[in-house]
Design a protein around this ligand. Structure first.
Ligand code: DAH
Length: 343
């Protein structure tokens, strides 16, 4: 009796068909209300008690094998019937591909890089956690120099038996120093990056923001070269080439200037953002101080150069009329999605 059941199990396992009728006949033969299994279960009471356990287990195996067989064969059949090819239904409309948007900071950064690459500037980067030398001292800002107060600093380690004070860089001017230490003139490079200042967060300022630093060192570089470069930049970037340079002070440049561009007074927004003057401040610049060249082992008798630095957030806010700097850091999808059309 047990052997018979085992034979059935083999038979069921070996069964294969892709005909609906054959599979149904198979189901009725084994699992139907008058099927083989029904009969075998009825025999159960006549089995020798010693064999009951083994016989019961074999019957159950037969039953589940038969059920599974019917199910798999029927599934395969359905799949064949409705053009479910290996690749699925090729006539179905495709899933829409969700397009992301570049962040406005990246858009503006890439535009600036693009404009300066066209006139031969390379791109350089430096660390965000910086030492005192690269962020301050080498830039002609020795310890206790009052100009250090211009930039409230996040210190990582300060005066704690450490070799050097470590801090979060307050500007990308630190990359100038690293670049000059590691490259010989002629130098033409821009350094985009994230900077940090210990400032209260408001609609106008944030403790984290981005800057692009520019540096040009060669023989006979003059202030006129700086001015022409700035005119080229503002024309390419904003489509406006009227600029003015206001005398200013930065420890690392001499002379130093602040660059304003003439934005115009055509619309109400123009009035608002320029406070009714038509002029907008966009960056700081100047001729690299001879002390800075000396600090990086570049001979100031032989070489001169200019540098400039601008805030990316400020430019992005101008170009896209973003009223609050915090919007650039919150990653609200409703804000970011609006930049989908910009490359
Ligand atoms: N580092 C200055 C700042 O963070 C910006 C700056 C001004 C950079 C003048 C320069 C420069 O290279 O020449 O405010």
């Amino acid at each position: 009796m047990l052997d018979k059941v085992k034979e059935f199990i083999n038979e069921v396992s070996a069964f294969n068909s892709n005909s609906k009728e054959e599979i149904e006949a198979f189901r009725i033969k084994y699992l139907g209300s008058k099927g083989l299994l029904k009969g075998l279960f009825a025999e159960f009471k006549n089995v020798d008690p010693k064999q009951k356990k083994e016989f019961g287990q074999a019957l159950n195996t037969l039953k589940t094998t038969a059920e599974k067989k019917v199910e798999t064969l029927n599934n395969a059949l359905e799949g064949n019937g409705e053009q479910k090819s290996f690749y699925g239904d090729l006539s179905r409309p495709a899933e829409p591909i969700e397009l992301g948007a570049r962040h406005p900071i990246s858009i503006v950064k890439n535009q600036i890089i693009d404009v300066f690459s066209r006139i031969g500037f390379t791109i350089s980067e430096g660390p965000e956690i910086e030492d005192d030398w690269h962020n301050f001292t080498a830039l002609n800002l020795p310890e206790y120099h009052p100009a250090r107060d211009m930039q409230d600093t996040f210190f990582v380690e300060k005066h704690k038996n450490v070799e050097k004070d470590m801090l979060l860089r307050t500007h990308t001017s630190s990359v100038q120093i690293r670049y000059m230490e590691n490259n010989k003139p002629p130098i033409r490079t821009i350094s985009p990056g994230r900077v940090f200042r210990n400032e209260d967060i408001s609609a106008r300022s944030h403790c984290i923001f981005h800057q692009v630093e520019g540096l040009y060192i060669d023989t006979d570089v003059s202030f006129a070269d700086l001015k022409q470069t700035l005119i080229y930049f503002t024309k390419e970037m904003f489509g406006k080439s009227k600029i003015r340079l206001r005398p200013s002070y930065f420890p690392f440049t001499e002379p130093s200037a602040e660059v304003d561009i003439y934005w115009g007074l055509k619309t109400e927004t123009d009035y608002k953002i320029t406070k009714g003057t038509g002029w907008l401040e966009i960056m700081g610049c100047g001729m690299v101080d001879p002390n800075v060249l000396k600090n990086t082992k570049i001979d100031p008798e032989k070489y001169s150069g200019f540098a400039f630095g601008m805030g990316i957030e400020r430019i992005a806010m101008l170009l896209y009329q973003i009223p609050d700097i915090r919007m650039l850091f919150e990653n609200d999808i409703r804000f970011l999605e609006q930049f989908k059309s910009v490359i």
